[in-house]
Design a protein around this ligand. Structure first.
Ligand SMILES: Cc1cc2nc3c(=O)[nH]c(=O)nc-3n(C[C@H](O)[C@H](O)[C@H](O)COP(=O)(O)O)c2cc1C
Length: 345
């Protein structure tokens, strides 16, 4: 069966002209038919959970349980519940998403889907703990056999406890809500420096990973990272992550760039994702995979960055990824996972 085209005739399921809260409340904006998936019924192991495919959505586009439920129905077997904090937190104001080219210049026409690139800047908003406890449980209930959800969390500085202890608070909150796998975002490009570049320091990665992994034991812990400055830094951080008790690495996060014109005076740089970061992301997986193998770290590798078409997942798997995820791609083509499943014989 041929799945219908989506882009460019249909709008993305996240409406970039609306605020984050409006998208959370009224989205996802999807009214297409849901097609039966065609891949053979087989199961893979993902951090101790059986999954029907190694296709997922990374932290970001799945704002609430409604979004997770839709992604799951559309064949994304490993959806990630968007990054939550220990307390409610507002979003940056509009614009939150605009089209850019590979150099970070804002453009009107994003071109073909494979190259579609955006800058996104939300500041990691979060709902209240009361809402999250119920909504994470609801999201889990929406999954089918062979699917498992990750919950992404982040710490917030100056919350009356140390930064790492606030990571622990957010992770424990996720676990109370029923999270089966927890990811910590050590790499957001759109927040204050202290929050954004944690992942580049091997000592900090070791200390934070050890403390958080212990607090949520035996729930598997994933570290979300961005691009590294060099191989040496990547190796030191992956070794620290494994020693600290991380079970998996997810990368890459959006790439921080000076966007022209900037989104506003206060946001001279913002995170770039989609087609233009695909090569960087594949290289990241190649490098991480080699370090993982050579040093027998046993880390599961989750690749994301520019997966916009079914064959892009294969590029990540060939580079050494265990799992492939798409954020920008799934927003502009919600049938992306079903297209991938249909391509498997
Ligand atoms: C709308 C949007 C929101 C995002 N929010 C988060 C977030 O809250 N936490 C996080 O770790 N990554 C976030 N990301 C980054 C993605 O998880 C992913 O690492 C990045 O977008 C690269 O994948 P892509 O090219 O498929 O979009 C976000 C990305 C998008 C597009």
């Amino acid at each position: 069966m041929k799945l219908p085209e989506w882009y460019p005739n249909e709008a993305p399921i996240y409406d970039i002209s609306k605020t984050y809260s409006e998208n959370a409340e009224y989205g996802p904006f999807f009214d297409g038919p849901i097609f039966k998936r065609e891949n053979p019924k087989q199961f893979f192991d993902f951090l101790g959970f059986p999954v029907r495919s190694k296709i997922g959505v990374p932290a970001g586009p799945l704002l609430t349980s409604k979004w997770v439920a839709l992604a799951a129905r559309l064949g994304f077997d490993i959806p990630t519940y968007k990054t939550i904090r220990s307390e409610a937190h507002p979003s940056h104001r509009l614009p939150n998403v605009t089209f850019v080219n590979a150099e970070g210049r804002q453009i009107k026409d994003p071109g073909p889907l494979s190259e579609l690139t955006i800058t996104n800047s939300f500041g990691m908003p979060s709902k209240s703990p009361e809402f999250l406890l119920e909504d994470i449980a609801k999201a889990n209930r929406s999954l089918s056999e062979g699917q498992v959800m990750i919950v992404s969390v982040v710490g917030t500085p100056n919350r009356g406890v140390s930064f790492v202890q606030d990571f622990v608070r957010a992770a424990v909150l996720a676990k109370e809500g029923g999270a089966k796998i927890i990811e910590v975002n050590f790499s957001c490009p759109n927040v204050e420096k202290a929050e954004g570049i944690l992942y580049q320091n091997p000592e900090t990665v070791h200390e934070y990973t050890r403390i958080i992994a212990k607090a949520i034991h035996p729930t598997p812990l994933i570290l979300k990272v961005g691009v590294f400055e060099n191989d040496h830094q990547m190796k030191s951080v992956l070794l620290s992550a494994a020693r600290g008790g991380a079970r998996a690495i997810c990368g890459i996060n959006s790439v921080s760039m000076a966007v022209h014109p900037p989104l506003d005076e206060g946001r001279k740089t913002s995170g770039v994702c989609g087609g233009a970061i695909r090569e960087k992301a594949i290289q990241f997986i190649r490098d991480a995979s080699k370090i993982n193998r050579d040093n027998r770290l046993g880390l599961t590798l989750i690749g994301c960055g520019g997966i916009m078409a079914p064959d892009h997942f294969d590029l990540f798997f060939e580079a050494g990824a265990d799992v492939g995820m798409s954020a920008t791609g799934m927003m502009w083509d919600p049938y992306l996972a079903l297209r991938y499943h249909a391509s498997i014989k």
